[in-house]
Design a binder for this molecule. Structure first.
Ligand code: 4AD
Ligand code: MG
Length: 431
């Protein structure tokens, strides 16, 4: 058995009989007519059941058909300019595949906890459906960007022997009697791969034991990480801005309908065009202080700080050269000022904050060994990583884009939990 007819392609069946295999999304009845809204994952179409046109038991069936029952609806496909799909079905027959129990999600307002507990069902609702289709498009655009520019996809491992992004957010697991950690980032492996292939990227799930409960943090999130040999910080920023412009414009082109369903103000996204502003950490600190927020020089930015910085611009802003002390061990120090790192964070507009983190990597063996010691990381876990600086070390750079942060911004969502099919947060591991 294989379904052949989808609502998304219903125009092919104009003025012919067709069978839609789907689920009952909604229903309204008036006397001798039932109006069934049927969805099949590719769209929603109205199926009109007229008492005079169908067998009596088919009409009766519709009297008592719970939402989300699975049905196969057969009838004539007629054009209807007012309908969302442009068509409706004049029903001749309905096959009931499964009569659903009373469906817990109704058009009335539900609390977020209830909806998240029912995430496996909530995915069927039109807004969630639209968000996840946009996510799909963003992911495809991310891959297309690198695939069409000569990057090689190199998958990074999930089990790792050591921290990449600081020891406080590591998930530890038993690995046949010794310790392993779930990866926080594929970066270190991409650095090795860049020396083999020149330009590479990885895309996969990453894990952070984030203890804080915020609108921006998941414990499991997806990251795409390009890494480029013979590339410095400026070159890295050039790639990051071209990449973000590309994925936003692709989404605008390909997901007009879904952006409308979620009521996204797309005029904001249309402004996401190169060049993006580039400001130093010191300039960003000035913005925070001018905005009236208290800020201690040398600190990393918190969410309110990022919000005030990103609100100054109508497109993403790249903040570079943070204090080395607040950044990861692998960052190269700025030769102009060794207290600063050659790093960059990209902050999305409209108060969304950091979507990208990256920079130029330390390529000197001795300096890197020193950094590992200062950060109190286990040297023996990094011997292979140090080899990259022993055998043909070159300047190199890269970055990571958090997919869910990007989806939240592009969709204009307040909270990151709706950007991933089954979110994992400090308080949620089910469903
Ligand atoms: O800034 P981060 O920690 O950078 C790295 O992991 C680098 N090793 C990447 C690289 O250079 N290859 O994380 C990168 C991005 C952030 O900008 C953010 O978008 C996302 O990953 N991110 C999270 N997204 C959701 N939940 C979390 N807990 C996240 N932590 C980071
Ligand atoms: Mg970061």
């Amino acid at each position: 058995m294989r379904n052949e007819t989808y609502i998304g392609e219903i125009s092919k069946h104009k003025d012919k009989d067709a069978t839609i295999s789907g689920w009952l999304y909604n229903k309204r009845s008036s006397g001798k007519l039932h109006f069934l809204m049927v969805r099949d994952g590719t769209g929603i179409i109205q199926a009109v059941v007229a008492k005079n046109d169908v067998d009596e038991q088919i009409f009766e069936l519709c009297n008592d058909l719970p939402q989300e029952s699975s049905i196969k609806v057969t009838g004539n496909v007629v054009e209807d300019k007012r309908a969302h799909s442009g068509f409706e079905i004049q029903v001749k027959h309905i096959e009931l595949v499964h009569k659903a129990d009373e469906y817990p999600i109704t058009p009335k307002e539900h609390g977020t906890t209830f909806l998240m507990d029912n995430r496996h069902l909530w995915l069927r609702s039109s807004k969630q459906h639209a968000i996840l289709k946009i996510r799909h498009t963003i992911i495809r655009a991310c891959r297309d960007y690198y695939d069409s520019r000569g990057y090689v996809l190199v998958d990074a491992p999930i089990f790792t022997p050591a921290a990449c992004e600081g020891t406080s957010t590591l998930f530890e697991t038993d690995y046949f009697g010794s310790k392993a950690y779930l990866t926080q980032s594929g970066q270190l492996y991409m650095e090795a791969a860049a020396m083999a292939f020149g330009k590479v990227y990885c895309f996969g799930p990453t894990f952070r034991a984030e203890k804080s409960k915020t609108r921006r943090h998941l414990t499991e999130f997806w990251m795409i990480e390009p890494e480029i040999a013979y590339c410095d910080l400026d070159g890295n920023m050039d790639i990051a801005e071209e990449f973000i412009e590309y994925i936003v414009q692709r989404t605008l082109e390909e997901r007009k309908e879904e952006l409308k369903i979620i009521e996204r103000d797309t005029s904001k996204l249309e402004k996401v065009q190169r060049p993006f502003p580039r400001i130093s950490y010191d300039e960003a600190v000035k913005i925070i202080k001018d905005g009236g927020l208290e800020f201690e020089d040398g600190n990393d930015f918190g969410a309110p700080d990022e919000t005030i910085i990103s609100e100054q611009f109508d497109r993403p802003v790249m903040v570079h050269r943070y204090p080395a002390a607040v950044k990861a061990f692998y960052m190269k120090a700025d030769p102009q000022n060794s207290t600063k790192a050659l790093c960059v964070d990209m902050l999305a507009p409209e108060g969304y904050g950091e979507i990208i983190g990256g920079g130029q990597r330390e390529d000197d063996l001795n300096v890197l060994e020193e950094k590992i010691k200062i950060h109190e990381l286990p040297m023996e876990a990094f011997d292979w990583y140090l080899d990259i600086r022993k055998y043909g070390s070159v300047p190199h750079a890269g970055f990571g884009l958090g997919i869910e942060r990007a989806v939240a911004w592009i969709c204009g969502l307040k909270h990151i939990r709706e950007t991933i099919p089954f979110p994992r947060t400090i308080t949620r591991i089910k469903p």
